[in-house]
Design a binder for this molecule. Structure first.
Ligand SMILES: [Zn+2]
Length: 82
């Protein structure tokens, strides 16, 4: 997960950073350096889209589901045979 700072006034986007704290510091540095500490119109923090099951390619989803089913069946068989 990474965040980016976007300033529409300057038409610039920061490199991606891993934390909200880091992107907050980047935003503050940009405000101080290019806008005299003022808040530029149109600035925003770009956040990654939340993860969804639909993001997994269908073949990987099918393979993962089969592996999970095999694992669960193996655990049930092992439990019943002990
Ligand atoms: Zn700016």
């Amino acid at each position: 997960m990474s965040y980016q700072y976007r300033c529409d006034q300057c038409r610039t986007t920061s490199p991606p950073l891993a934390t909200r704290t880091g992107i907050g510091l980047e935003r503050d540095r940009h405000r101080d350096r290019f806008h005299g500490g003022h808040i530029p119109d149109g600035e925003r923090i770009l956040e990654p889209e939340p993860w969804r099951l639909a993001h997994i390619p269908p073949r990987q989803l099918l393979a993962g589901s089969i592996m999970l089913a095999v694992f669960v069946i193996a655990m049930v068989i092992r439990t019943l045979t002990l």
